[in-house]
Design a protein around this ligand. Sequence first.
Ligand code: UT7
Length: 326
Amino acid sequence: MITVGIAGTGFYLPERVLRNADLEKMVDTSDEWIVSRTGIRERRIASDREATSDLAISAAREALRDGSIDPEEIDLIIVCTSTPDMLFPATACIVQEAIGAKKAGAFDLEACCTGFVYGLSVGSQFIKAGTYKTVLVIGADIFSRIIDWTDRNTCILFADGAGAAVLKPAKDEKVILATQLGSDGSLANLIAQPAGGSRQPATYKTIDKRLHYLKMDGRRVFRVAVEIADRATRDVLEECSLSTEDIDCLILHQANARILEAIARRLELPGSKVFINLDRYGNASAASIAIALAEVAREGQLKKGSIVVIIGFGSGMTWASCVIKW
Ligand code: UT7
């Protein structure tokens, strides 16, 4: 089987910064509560002119530039999102046209906050099998459009952004050693956007009941996320015959600093090995890990051969893991 490598990464963040002080004027909250309970200080919010594809296109262009890759080389585009421009056509098709990827297939993948790690796994399979040589995976979301800005439990957490990675047969760096996927649909009600699909199509009633906004049982998600990430990390490392001591950098879904700390404690990892950017960007759903991966690559602090473990978790519940040898 062909080994898969990450040939380029990029990200895009909308310009508008929403600080905790701004949220204090919108709901009954405080900077002190948000920082101490979540670690978030500010987040980016898309402008009215921007849709998810706009963010995805900018991130994709940067990843292509980073890897010196011609858009016509791309065989497949996977856009991981749960806030597509429209229900159909796929946002991936809008990206395909905009970046000039004339020879690419394109589809969207929906695994909410876990989406990008699912995308890395799905994209890798085409390269491993020898079907394709270049796969563009994008995580992009505009959660500000589905957030209830009157609900202090959720509106302080989520954010907008996009990140992208180009997968190619590996040279001798940034090699994907393993990916694993998981789900537990019995927990489907923990994070959901109840209306707007076939179960509850848009009606005046669903709008009046605010059912088009994200609903979340934060406390239960917190507990489940810590359990899942602990187990997922150990399972994927075992597949690579590695242990938690081999981890040089752990990239977790940027949901809450307390979740990240709890996971690091369980894995007995020093905080310095756990990547964090949620203080600046909040929880950007499928973009969260994609942006983090691109930032880790930009920082250039990892040595060749370093072990990077990526763990996503989110609505579904879904989870996914990936080990990269830098
Ligand atoms: O990407 C998807 C994955 N999602 C997540 O990972 C979310 C996971 N969950 C969390 O991050 C946390 O559970 C939250 C940040 C959502 C909430 O933090 P918490 O420490 O679990 O707080 P809580 O829900 O237990 O609420 C504690 C108190 C409540 O007041 P009472 O009932 O004790 O009087 C809440 O009403 O804090 C109150 N509260 C707030 N107070 C000020 C909830 N939100 C706020 C707020 N400002 N924004």
